[in-house]
Ligand binder design. Structure first.
Ligand code: WTA
Length: 667
């Protein structure tokens, strides 16, 4: 197996302390290993000849003009992959499967929140994508024009994305929970001419407005929007303008055939905005051939996809990169059958996901730690009511998964049979980078384990030197990869500054995560380095303290921050959500006893240095809309400051709840 470590470590120059030790390992069963899509030999093969390895992966795709060169890295940090090849991404995701006689295979089992459903075969998907492409052309759009997509999780979102890909019009999908201002700034930055939206969307059983926010954005003085294409999803009352067109009036009457053109491998495929450290979101640019190669490869090997028999389900929203890569492009390029679910996991009841797995016989389930911890809080008796016997691979993405959440997931969802792949990657990396291979890796709960074959990543110290086993530091990628971002839209300088300047001398890509290597060389992602705490000179990762807390039987979830402390520089403050026990009354003896118990638990798990100064028992935690904990807000609370901007919170009421519990802090 490739070893990202270099040598055994006795090093004292770690940029991050290594505290939590985890020795449980879970190798795949012999039966699983035997039938797995990729074996252990791939690591060495890819290491010996990375270009040859990626050439082989790119040959999964259908090229209209085959490429001759794999990688051109002469203009660092701007890579070109397969640059003289031509392909059409949508043809690769749809038409070629129909041409191969698989038109009747189900591409999408779509499940609406109110309980309606639709089954879409590859032949039907081809017709829908062609009609949508013809509709975009009828609006006067041309190759290269940008299209913004602001839709719920409905089939039209997939049709729109693939129609854009088919026509070489870069799409920018905007998450359906974002505000008018978020749409306005993204449309302005991308200069989109068309926005595709819906009248409304379902949220926990009720129809709520969607188009209104687009109307506000389209009225902005700098708006480039010429048309708004509107799906009638909920019957929500909408205002109507000259620029608006109903989907069912325009798209449904279009011819269902369209001749696709092949584009250069480096043709832009999409922009996806992600928040940066400054207010202005970054438009991450992905291109075609390299991106599709790596999403197809990773989807096939990390999830061990068998397209003839598997039913894949990625629960992410299509507005996040996970939805782009593992709902749209990866699964469809591989001819998979997948589930897409429109709604929230507790609508109309907390067993909805398990009901869907049972209904469609889902075999591969890919979700986020935040959701797993929510399921833990709701209780194991809920999944126990459903037949989950079809599951054979589980996945996790988006945050470090706490070891106890991993164990819970494996036991209560995977029934101790299924491998779990903890996949590390980013909007910027486009596809999975670090993950177990389910048929090879003996997994440790909470570790993403090793870079995939073809990928080279390391943990380095402040000077850029590998920390070696037992050390902690910065997670970097030291070799280009096919699905890497190509630039930030309209701001190439920011691209170089943000990702390539920290280790410019070494030419490493660094995008903000801390990590450590354990004594066996397994890699543990420790969260954003901005979140690292400094307690009496020890650099402690919030993730490790959070995982120690979650390993206590009464804790479902926790968020840890460093608050300034006159004695120690920073003191550790933990916010904790309980499971299986009532929230004790504030100030009661029961509360004190539990808090003491939790503090001591952390001290025994990882050492007295990490014992929290303060633990607050709370009913909820502030999270971004993609489910990541907003530690900045908790730091404000912990340091008694006024709260800054809370508009990107999933639930703005959460901070009021936490504050009222604390008594002191103003909001
Ligand atoms: C975090 C999501 C630990 C990390 C695909 C990264 C993870 C950021 C993991 C990117 C994981 C993602 N273990 N941390 N398995 N996966 N992260 O752009 O901090 O929404 O930098 O992409 O999520 O988030 P993004």
């Amino acid at each position: 197996m490739s070893d990202p470590t270099g040598n055994a470590n006795t090093d004292t120059s770690s940029a991050l302390d290594n505290l939590l030790a985890e020795n449980r390992t879970f190798p795949p069963s012999a039966e699983f290993a035997e039938q797995a899509n990729l074996g252990a030999e791939a690591y060495q093969r890819a290491e010996d000849d990375p270009d040859g390895f990626w050439r082989e992966q790119a040959e999964r795709l259908t090229w209209a003009t085959p490429f001759t060169q794999v990688l051109d890295w002469s203009d660092k940090p701007h890579a070109k992959w397969f640059a003289d090849g031509k392909l059409n991404v949508a043809v690769n995701c749809v038409d070629r499967h129909v041409d191969a006689g698989l038109g009747e295979r189900v591409a999408i089992h779509w499940e609406g929140e109110p309980g309606d459903s639709r089954t879409i075969t590859y032949a039907e998907l081809q017709r829908e994508v062609c009609k949508t492409a013809n509709a975009l052309l009828s609006l006067g759009l041309q190759t290269g024009d940008r299209v913004a997509i602001y839709l719920p999780m409905i089939p039209e979102a997939v049709f729109s994305i693939l129609a854009c890909a088919r026509l070489g019009m870069p799409h920018t999908v905007i998450f359906g929970g974002f505000s008018a201002e978020a749409i306005r700034s993204r449309v302005a930055d991308s200069e989109a001419k068309l926005v595709i939206t819906a009248d409304g969307q379902y949220r926990r059983g009720a129809a709520v407005s969607l188009k209104e926010a687009v109307d506000v954005a389209a009225e902005a003085p700098d708006s480039t929007v010429r048309n708004v294409l509107v799906v009638n999803r909920t019957g929500y009352q909408v205002a109507w303008h000259d620029r608006d067109v109903w989907w069912h009036e325009l798209v449904d009457s279009q011819p269902d055939q369209h001749e696709a053109e092949a584009f250069d491998a480096e043709n832009p495929l999409f922009l996806l905005y992600t928040s940066g450290t400054t207010g202005k979101p970054k438009g991450i640019l992905h291109t075609s051939g390299g991106y599709l190669t790596q999403v197809a490869y990773t989807h096939q090997v990390v999830f061990d996809l068998k397209p003839e028999t598997d039913v894949f389900w990625c629960t992410a929203d299509i507005g996040w990169v996970t939805g782009h890569s593992y709902i749209v492009y990866g699964p469809l390029a591989n001819g998979a059958t997948e589930v897409i679910y429109e709604g929230t996991p507790n609508s109309p009841h907390e067993g909805r996901h398990w009901e869907i797995i049972d209904k469609y016989g889902v075999t591969i389930y890919y979700t986020a730690p935040t959701l797993i911890r929510t399921f833990m809080k709701w209780g194991a008796e809920i999944p126990a009511k459903y037949d989950l016997g079809s599951l054979r691979v589980l996945g996790s993405v988006g945050e470090p998964i706490n070891p106890e959440a991993w164990i819970w997931y494996r036991h209560h969802i995977g029934h101790d049979r299924t491998p779990i792949v903890d996949t590390w990657w980013q909007t910027e990396t486009g596809a999975i980078m670090i993950s177990p291979l389910p048929g090879v890796t003996a997994c440790k709960p909470g570790s993403a384990m090793t870079p995939l074959p073809g990928i080279s990543a390391k943990v380095v110290n402040d000077e850029g030197q590998p920390v070696g086993r037992g050390g902690g530091g910065y997670l970097i990628v030291d070799r280009p990869w096919p699905s890497m971002l190509r630039t930030i839209w309209g701001d190439d300088e920011r691209f170089t500054d943000t990702y390539w300047s920290r280790f410019a001398e070494q030419g490493y890509y660094f995008a903000g995560d801390g990590a450590k290597l354990d004594d066996d060389g397994a890699l543990w992602v420790l969260g954003r380095v901005d979140d690292v705490m400094n307690v009496s000179g020890h650099r402690i990762s919030t993730t490790e303290v959070e995982s120690a807390l979650v390993s206590h039987a009464s804790v479902a979830e926790s968020a840890v921050v460093g608050a300034s402390d006159p004695m120690t520089g920073q003191g550790i403050v933990a916010f904790v959500i309980l499971r299986g026990v009532e929230l004790p009354e504030r100030g009661s003896d029961a509360e004190k006893a539990l808090v003491d118990d939790l503090r001591n638990h952390v001290a025994t798990q990882i050492g007295p240095i990490a014992k929290p100064r303060q633990i607050l028992l709370v009913p909820e935690l502030p999270k971004t809309r993609s489910g990541k904990i907003m530690r900045r807000l908790l730091r404000d609370v912990a340091e008694g400051r006024d709260l800054g901007d809370v508009t990107t919170l999933q639930d703005a009421g959460v901070m009021a709840l936490i504050n009222s519990g604390l008594g002191g802090t103003k909001s």
